[in-house]
Design a protein around this ligand. Structure first.
Ligand code: GAL
Length: 693
């Protein structure tokens, strides 16, 4: 009884407070369903006689959107200046007949042979000076002015043609930006970029500390263009330059499309989760919405890790996003392309929605008749008839249609945030010191218990306002500047709970060492510091407030300099240096706390650390006491509160609800109209529930 009333109070409170931070839906088209299911469709690969049967099968699977065109340059412009959009007009019109809208891809990830043959400077040069060839894709130079001119031209012609087409809902620029260029244009632009940033070569020499190994430069042209084995300052600036170049690559096309496109057509590009080739926040500053390609990152689906990537993508624009591609059971590019288990394709689709997706699109609709991806998972085979996963996708589509109206206008909200900082991730990666110290794995070590215990995490940039969060964790904010340190201290003063992970605040913005030991500009505020760091290839015991356990990979020997800074965990006997030394310290300052975690803690210790931090900050789970492996996602907005429960386990689970809720997809056999007080979910089962006002 007591349990039920506490839960009900928490639930009601959370339900009511949602109006205070409403976050708009990313895209809204009155004439389209609010939750879209889609697929990548390549009409250019098929005779037109096949289009109608294909689209009819899509409609039968409740597919609402197709992405087309992103590799079709040679069909859209078969020779220089000869634009052929008639086939695309017909494909879009036919799709519309089947109630399917379109996202148009600009085809710049795959330039045609006539272009790269006539203008070889448009081909990318790798770090060792080798020029790419035609025959694969992504062979273009992102910085070459000639390539930019062609990219702009095709984007503009497409926008003039399709910018007012009511069936085109948005634009995808290019496809999965990835490879930078190291050729002449990139070199010249990097040098100009450095000159703009530093003004004089003397200033650059001073900031980069180039007296080291006689690296002193006489002029900007002498500076090499490399992404490895260079001065860490150069490496960090190169990544920032690459980020700015992808941003201007995007702007080049956006400024060609926008003047000719209806404002309701969004412009995005499809990203790749934790990929760190550039700073996503920089590139997203010129995009309307975020979108990503959700391919599971290991051989088997790990729902927590996958959820983290959804949260990361949502954080690129701090609003709902699109899953522009996902796998229909398997891919073709892993060493062994094992399939998702039956039920997991639907499970993943609903997980995406739970984390803020407005659309889930499968890659791809139909096996291509030839090409590098003949083995990839699809919804229909090259013969045009459904493969087994089609039915699971159709069921998902039916459910999207049922639940969509209730979900419209809602999005996830969180009281806790994890900071993803590209400068810091790069800086650690350039000099890992401990090979196993993968900054993404470290992020996930913090994310997992946070997500399980709080059931809602925002993954944010360090520049996002922090005041709405009760807890902010920075797993490894290796690079810090004084303005950022000032913001973090202000956050704590005002009542925030800040948790810093190992390697935090070691470097300045030029990737040089801070003049004070870690955490540099935060050391006095913390009342403690890192006396020394150690890479580990053995476990170190430690014990204290979070119980006993081990540290691995990394351990810092901390010391305390203020009487009110508490030691929460202490190392046991190990390498002599760490013996009996502080491992985790914490201090109350103003209305909040700052905690420094100096070691890579085992999962059990991370669990109890998280529990303590959330308790102190007053963060409650959305739905307490759910069985392990049952994921709880909540979307709120417009006075609505939707719960999405997913059983990722291989056996059935029972979930008691705090108060009866409307079962939107009829997962309990209720047909979607009645309220249910508890839920039984089979393996990979999903329930979508709406709180009763
Ligand atoms: C994506 C890419 C698609 C397709 C897919 C296969 O990375 O954007 O075009 O190649 O992988 O998994």
């Amino acid at each position: 009884m007591r349990f039920r009333s506490t839960v009900a109070t928490v639930f009601t409170a959370l339900f009511l407070c949602t109006a205070c931070h409403l976050r708009a839906q990313a895209t809204q088209y009155p004439d389209q369903p609010p939750l879209l299911l889609g697929a990548a469709w390549y009409p250019e690969q098929w005779p037109e006689s096949q289009w109608d049967p294909d689209l009819a099968r899509m409609e039968a699977a409740h597919i609402d959107v197709v992405r087309v065109g992103e590799f079709a340059w040679s069909t859209m412009e078969p020779s220089e200046g000869d634009y052929q959009f008639g086939w695309l007009d017909r494909a879009i019109a036919l799709a519309a007949k089947h109630h399917i809208c379109v996202v148009l891809g600009t085809p710049t990830a795959a330039p045609p042979a006539w272009l790269t043959t006539k203008y070889p400077e448009t081909l990318r040069v790798d770090e060792d000076g080798r020029r790419a060839e035609h025959g694969n894709r992504q062979q273009f130079s992102f910085s070459d002015p000639k390539y930019r001119q062609f990219a702009r031209e095709i984007a503009e012609q497409m926008a003039i043609h399709f910018g007012h087409n009511p069936d085109v809902v948005g634009w995808q620029l290019d496809n999965e930006y990835a490879e930078p260029d190291f050729g002449l244009s990139a070199q010249q632009q990097f040098h100009a970029w450095l000159q703009k940033k530093y003004g004089t070569i003397a200033n650059l020499n001073q900031k980069w500390a180039t007296a080291y190994w006689s690296q002193t430069y006489d002029n900007f042209e002498e500076i090499p263009v490399r992404q490895d084995h260079e001065n860490p300052a150069l490496l960090l600036d190169w990544k920032r330059f690459v980020s700015d170049t992808w941003k201007s690559y995007s702007s080049n096309q956006i400024s060609a499309i926008r003047p000719h496109a209806d404002p309701r057509q969004f412009i995005t590009t499809n990203t790749m989760g934790w990929f760190d080739g550039f700073d996503e926040y920089t590139v997203h500053s010129v995009l309307d919405i975020a979108a990503w390609d959700d391919y599971i990152s290991a051989d088997h689906y790990n729902y927590i890790d996958n959820g983290a990537r959804h949260d990361l993508t949502r954080g690129f624009k701090m609003k709902n996003f699109w899953v522009m591609e996902t796998e229909p059971a398997f891919v073709n590019w892993r060493p062994t392309n094992t399939p998702l288990l039956k039920g997991q394709v639907r499970d993943m689709a609903w997980q995406a929605v739970g984390h803020g997706a407005e659309t889930v699109e499968y890659w791809q609709w139909r096996s291509a008749p030839n090409g590098q991806e003949e083995y990839h998972g699809v919804l229909v085979g090259a013969d045009g008839t459904p493969v087994p996963v089609y039915d699971e996708v159709r069921q998902t589509g039916e459910e999207f249609a049922k639940a969509g109206p209730a979900i419209a206008g809602t999005s996830p909200h969180s009281e806790v945030a994890l900071v993803n900082d590209y400068d810091s991730r790069w800086a650690i990666d350039f000099q890992r010191h401990s090979a196993a110290f993968d900054p993404v794995l470290e992020m996930l070590a913090f994310y997992r218990p946070l997500r399980i215990q709080s059931q809602a995490v925002d993954v944010i940039s360090i520049h996002t306002p922090l005041d709405k969060y009760k807890v902010v964790e920075l797993p490894a904010l290796n690079v810090i500047s004084q303005p950022i340190a000032d913001r973090l201290m202000e956050y704590v003063h005002n009542g925030g709970h800040l948790v810093l992970g190992p390697r935090s605040a070691m470097k300045n913005e030029f990737n040089g060492l801070e003049p004070e030991r870690q955490p540099g500009p935060l050391a006095d505020f913390l009342g403690g510091r890192v006396d020394q760091f150690y890479a580990l290839d053995y476990d170190v015991p430690l014990s204290g407030d979070f119980g006993s356990g081990t540290a691995s990979i990394w351990a810092e020997q901390l010391s305390v300099h203020s009487p009110d800074t508490k030691v929460l965990m202490t190392y046991g006997k190990s390498n002599g240096w760490l013996d009996d030394q502080p491992a985790v310290i914490s201090r109350h300052v103003g209305k909040g706390t700052i905690t420094y975690v100096g070691a890579w803690l085992d999962p059990k210790l991370m669990d109890s650390l998280t529990k303590q931090v959330l308790q102190e900050a007053g963060v409650e789970p959305i739905l307490p006491s759910v069985p392990a492996g049952v994921e709880v996602c909540r979307r709120t907005g417009h006075d609505k509160s939707i719960l999405i429960l997913i059983n990722h386990n291989t056996d059935e689970q029972h979930i008691q609800l705090p108060s009866p809720m409307r079962d939107l997809i009829g997962s309990q056999g209720s047909g979607g109209s009645t309220a249910v007080g508890s839920i039984d979910l089979p393996a990979y089962g999903v329930a979508v529930l709406e709180a009763q006002p």
